[in-house]
Design a binder for this molecule. Structure first.
Ligand code: ACO
Length: 325
């Protein structure tokens, strides 16, 4: 039976101009390029310029996604922006992007699920498109994590970077099989018992400050692979697919060891894994759309390919999405 699916029309991304290398970081905190590369796979990350805000990054990425999709901004009736580093406590960064694009109809809101934000945003948007409420959506992941890092804490400041990525989704009638284009399944999970393992020690209601990122890195690492693979098995089960059917695995880019460990456990071949963590660091909600845009731009991901996404992050939150490009 035919079914409405959320089909990707195109994607785009943006990285701030300034690149911060491991060697440069090693001049301000006690670390080395060798330690960072060995433990994380990260070589460099991009850092937003003074005054450059999350909405600026998001707007660049959104414009690139619209151009890649060959659609006009005023055809968008829904904007969902995943971020943990909004411009302001309110209004939502999404409405700044909406205004920047000159859109005056439909809805725009932010969604916060830390590193899982983009997968959460895709899932929520997919549900809204499939009900017929909206027709064409921009889903954006945008972050300026450099603003919430403690630059004296070598255990966290070496891991993160700034950036933004976006996709345009359109509700389209499809035959209703796993050969359909569009989002085939999404799976979201969270477990708040882990909330103090990765958090920001400030906020409007608690400290009236923005705060800094704090993390028990080893604890996060310990749970990551099991949670990621668990929710991917849910996606395989829901679609009747397996690792061999996947054309591209585009994981949240937190750490090369977590990505390699997850792919190995799932039986996904290394050449099918899209990896940008070496150049981008962990850009939280922006990492997946940044990686997607990379793999689309260099023509690895093509129309008809089966693409598997996953993310895990603060909360803990985690999730997967499978779609046919
Ligand atoms: N440079 C040099 N030494 C360092 C650094 C650094 N930047 N950071 C920590 N160390 C030291 C520690 O102080 C410790 O020294 P000690 O043995 O003298 O006490 C030593 O290195 C080992 O520290 P560990 O924390 O045990 O190092 P580990 O091998 O666990 O690696 C890391 C740390 C990279 C953070 C790892 O735990 C990890 O990848 N965790 C996952 C965290 C993550 O990716 N979070 C992102 C958000 S969540 C997500 O997106 C999935």
């Amino acid at each position: 039976m035919s079914q409405i699916r959320s089909v990707v029309l195109g994607c785009g991304s943006y990285l701030p101009a300034r690149i911060l290398s491991n060697d440069e970081l090693a001049r301000s905190v006690e670390t080395t390029d060798e330690w960072i590369v060995q433990r994380t796979g990260i070589r460099e990350r991009h850092i937003a310029a003074p005054g450059e805000m999350t909405s600026d990054l998001a707007l660049h990425a959104a414009r690139a996604a619209l151009a890649n999709s060959h659609v006009q901004a005023d055809s968008i009736d829904l904007i969902v922006l995943a971020t943990s580093t909004p411009d302001f406590t309110f209004p939502a960064t999404a409405v700044t992007v909406q205004a920047g694009l000159g859109i005056t109809r439909g809805a725009a809101f932010d969604l916060q699920a830390v590193c899982s934000g983009f997968v959460y945003a895709l899932s929520v948007t997919d549900a809204m498109l499939r009900t017929g409420m909206y027709k064409r959506a921009l889903v954006i992941g945008a972050e300026t994590f450099s603003r919430i890092l403690d630059w004296n804490d070598r255990t966290t400041c070496v891991l993160f970077g700034d950036g933004a990525g976006a996709v345009v989704l359109e509700a389209q009638e499809q035959p209703g099989t796993t050969a359909d284009r569009g989002i085939l399944t999404t799976h979201l999970r969270s477990d708040g018992r882990h909330k103090s393992k990765l958090y920001v020690d400030g906020g409007p209601s608690s400290t009236q400050t923005v705060g800094h990122l704090r993390m028990e890195g080893r604890e996060v690492f310990k749970h990551a692979v099991a949670m990621i693979t668990d929710v991917i098995y849910d996606a395989f089960k829901a679609t009747g697919t397996s690792a061999e059917d996947i054309d591209w695995f585009v994981p949240h880019q937190a750490n090369k060891r977590i990505i390699d460990g997850s792919a190995h456990k799932l039986g996904i071949a290394p050449e099918k894994v899209v990896m940008t963590v070496d150049r981008h660091g962990n850009t939280s909600a922006a990492s997946i759309p940044l990686a997607l845009a990379d793999a689309v731009a260099d023509r690895r991901i093509k129309r008809g390919h089966l693409v598997l996404l996953e993310a895990m992050g603060g909360g803990f939150t985690w999730g997967s999405a499978m779609l046919r490009w």
